[in-house]
Write a protein that binds this ligand. Sequence first.
Ligand SMILES: [Zn+2]
Length: 93
Amino acid sequence: MVCPHCGEEIPDGVAYCNECGGDVNAAPSTPSPKLAGATATAGTTSTERNRARRMSETDEKIQNTGLGISIVFILALGIVVICLIALFLLLRH
Ligand SMILES: [Zn+2]
């Protein structure tokens, strides 16, 4: 079976996930009937779940790199301003 918390493959009948330690029986994200109907097989459901997990990880990475992108943007803006000032000084002569 697949852990409802982290999506890792875990042995059947275990109470707690080996990967994340989450309570397998207290499934917080049980697939909705709509989702279960859309996905034909259990394998597809697992793939969908893994894809959703990967997407959430990507979201976290984007949030974590938000500050880094800001710093890069400010640096780029500073370089542009310096170039404009240099150009202005050159044109004055
Ligand atoms: Zn888990």
